[in-house]
Design a protein around this ligand. Structure first.
Ligand code: UDP
Ligand code: MG
Length: 153
């Protein structure tokens, strides 16, 4: 099964949205393959957001992502990277479509509740960045036959 990395950002922790966001992923039929709380530091954020280090907003992004511990998750499912990106919505929460996590829960381009990997290649890199192999579990929930047709898994 494909995997993706999700971070429940400090905006989700601080605003008490952890349960609501995780519930959405579970109700969609995605499998939680790994989950833990951790405090991010500048080193891991410079790596994770390497494409943004030169941008003017990077200092506030760093501060925002270190404001509280975060919850990191590995979600598994068919085409899970694109499914979770669609559920996440546009980067700026104010223009993210209603029905998406950012569109329903956020008002900010920076304090936008969740991170989600943007490609299967980056997902593999990001899962390895935040999780040890022993912290990610491959299992088939009993609900699988009601979630997918046989030729989908
Ligand atoms: N970000 C920001 N200002 C911007 C663009 C991005 O503060 O103009 C922050 C925002 O929190 C975003 C993160 O940087 O989620 C990573 O940016 P990216 O372009 O990768 O967006 P995402 O993949 O999270 O939608
Ligand atoms: Mg991104």
């Amino acid at each position: 099964m494909e995997q993706t990395l999700v971070i429940l950002k400090p905006s989700a922790i601080s605003r008490g949205l952890v349960g609501d966001v995780i519930t959405r992923f579970q109700r969609k039929g995605l499998i939680i393959a790994g989950i833990k709380m951790m405090q991010l530091d500048e080193a891991i954020l410079r790596e994770h957001y390497a494409h943004l280090v030169e941008r003017p907003f990077f200092p506030t992004l760093l501060k925002s992502m270190m404001a509280t511990p975060v919850i990191v998750m590995v979600l598994a499912g068919k085409d899970v990277v694109s499914v979770v990106r669609a559920m996440t919505g546009a980067t700026n929460s104010r223009v993210a479509a209603p029905g998406t996590i950012r569109g329903d829960f956020g008002m900010s381009g920076q304090e936008n509740i969740v991170h989600a990997s943007d490609s299967p290649e980056n997902a593999a890199i990001e899962v390895a960045r935040f999780f040890l192999p022993t912290e990610v579990f491959g299992y088939n929930p009993i609900t699988m036959p009601a979630t997918y047709a046989p030729d989908e898994i």
